[in-house]
Design a protein around this ligand. Structure first.
Ligand code: PMP
Length: 344
C-alpha cells in the first residue's frame, strides 16, 4: 500500500511535548515570553462569522505586512504553515526522484526526513570542528542546498560574507534557514538583493513567540516565489494565523524586547555551563549546545528529566556528547543550573 521510501523511513521525531507532569521545559526552543498583546487583541476580533469562509490563498494581509517589514515587495514573500511546510514546498518544487539535497551536518534533522519523503537523496557535508562553512558545500552537485543559520543544535552563526562561495553556482537553489536569526548579531537578507537563486526562511515561532500558530515566511525573487506558490496547498495558512502573524509584525518592538532578554540570559547561561566544565560553542540562537566531548550525555538527560527539567539529547554518535538547552526565563535557568550542578 505504501511507497518503499515511506516504509523504509522512520518519520521525524519532534521534541517531546509531555503531558504527564509539569516540567521546566527547555527542549523545543519555544520562547519563554508571551506574544505581543496586539496579537491577542487581533485574534479576539477575528473570531467570528468569517471563520466559515476560506482564507486568502496567498495570506494577503500577512504577506503584505511581511513585505513591508522586510523592505521587500509582496511578490517576494510566500507565507507557510510554519517554515517546516515551506521546507516541504521547496523540496516538492525542486526534487525529482533521486534529486540531491546538500546541507552541512549536524543540523536540523527534519531535512533528512523531508528528503526521504520526497524521494530525494540527502548529501550531508560535515561541518568542520569550528562550524564554519564546509568548503565542499560550494561545489557539491545538488538541486537544493540548505544552510541552517544559526545552526541547530550548535547555535553557531555564519555572517553573509562567509556564505559567498555558495553562490558561485547559479544552477541550484540555496536556502538559508533563518529560524533563529532574530537572536543573532546579523542576518542574510542582503543576499536577496544580489543573488537570484537564494531563499531565506523565517518563522514567527521563535522570536515572535507564536510556535502554536504555525507561521513561516519564504523570502526570495519573484520568479522563485512564483514557482513555490504553484505547489502549495490552496489554503495553506488559516485565517487566524494570518491575523496573528500580521499583528505580530506590526509590533516588532515587543519581539525585540523579548529577544534582548533571551540573549542576556543565554550569555549568562553559557558562562555558568562553562564554569561547570561544559564546552559550549558561541550561540547566536535561543538555545545553547553544552558538550562534554566524548561522553554520552544520555544518562545526564535522563537524570535531569527525572528531576523535572526537560532538555534535548540527540542519540546520534556525533551529537550524543551534548545537550541542547533552550534559553528559558531566568527562573527556569536557575532551576536547570541548580539541578545540573548537583548532577555533575
Ligand atoms: N528550521 C529550524 C532550524 C528549526 O529548528 C525549526 C523549528 N523546529 C524550524 C525550521 C521550523 O519552524 P516552524 O515550522 O515552527 O516555523
Amino acid at each position: 500500500m505504501f511507497r518503499k521510501t515511506v516504509q523504509r523511513m522512520a518519520g521525524y521525531v519532534p521534541g517531546e511535548q509531555p503531558r504527564d507532569r509539569r516540567y521546566v521545559k527547555l527542549n523545543t526552543n519555544e520562547n519563554p515570553y508571551p506574544p505581543s498583546p496586539q496579537v491577542l487583541d487581533a485574534l479576539r476580533d477575528a473570531i467570528g462569522e468569517n471563520l466559515r469562509l476560506y482564507p486568502r490563498p496567498m495570506a494577503d494581509e500577512l504577506r503584505e505586512r511581511a513585505a513591508r517589514h522586510y523592505r521587500l515587495a509582496p511578490r517576494n514573500v510566500l507565507v507557510g504553515n510554519g517554515s517546516d511546510e515551506l521546507l516541504a514546498i521547496l523540496m516538492r518544487a525542486t526534487l525529482d526522484a533521486g534529486g540531491r539535497v546538500a546541507y552541512p551536518v549536524p543540523t536540523y534533522s527534519l531535512y533528512d526526513t523531508l528528503v526521504a519523503i520526497h524521494g530525494g537523496l540527502a548529501v550531508p557535508v560535515p561541518f568542520p570542528d569550528d562550524f564554519s562553512l564546509p568548503p565542499a558545500l560550494a561545489e557539491v552537485d545538488a538541486e537544493l542546498v540548505i544552510v541552517c543559520n544559526p545552526n541547530s543544535p550548535s547555535g553557531t552563526w555564519l555572517p553573509p560574507q562567509a556564505l559567498g562561495p555558495l553562490f558561485r553556482r547559479r544552477d541550484r537553489l540555496v536556502v538559508i534557514d533563518e529560524a533563529y536569526v532574530d537572536f543573532a548579531d546579523g542576518h542574510c537578507l542582503e543576499l536577496l538583493r544580489d543573488v537570484p537563486n537564494v531563499v531565506v526562511l523565517r518563522t514567527l515561532s521563535k522570536s515572535y513567540s507564536l510556535a502554536g500558530m504555525r507561521i513561516g515566511l519564504a523570502l526570495g525573487s519573484e520568479s522563485v516565489i512564483g514557482e513555490l506558490a504553484k505547489v502549495k496547498d490552496s489554503y495553506n495558512v488559516n485565517r487566524l494565523s494570518i491575523v496573528a502573524g500580521a499583528a505580530a509584525l506590526r509590533d516588532p518592538r515587543w519581539m525585540e524586547a523579548n529577544v534582548r532578554r533571551v540573549r542576556r540570559s543565554r550569555d549568562a547561561l553559557t558562562r555558568r555551563l562553562v564554569e561547570m566544565g561544559f564546552v559550549v560553542p558561541e550561540s547566536q540562537a535561543n538555545f545553547v549546545f553544552a558538550r562534554r566531548p566524548g561522553e554520552d550525555l544520555g544518562p545526564l538527560y535522563e537524570s535531569l528529566k527525572r528531576r523535572g527539567v526537560l532538555v534535548r539529547h540527540f542519540a546520534t554518535p556525533e551529537l550524543r556528547d551534548g545537550l541542547r538547552i533552550t534559553v528559558g526565563t531566568d527562573d527556569e535557568i536557575a532551576v536547570l543550573v541548580r539541578v545540573l550542578g548537583q548532577l555533575v
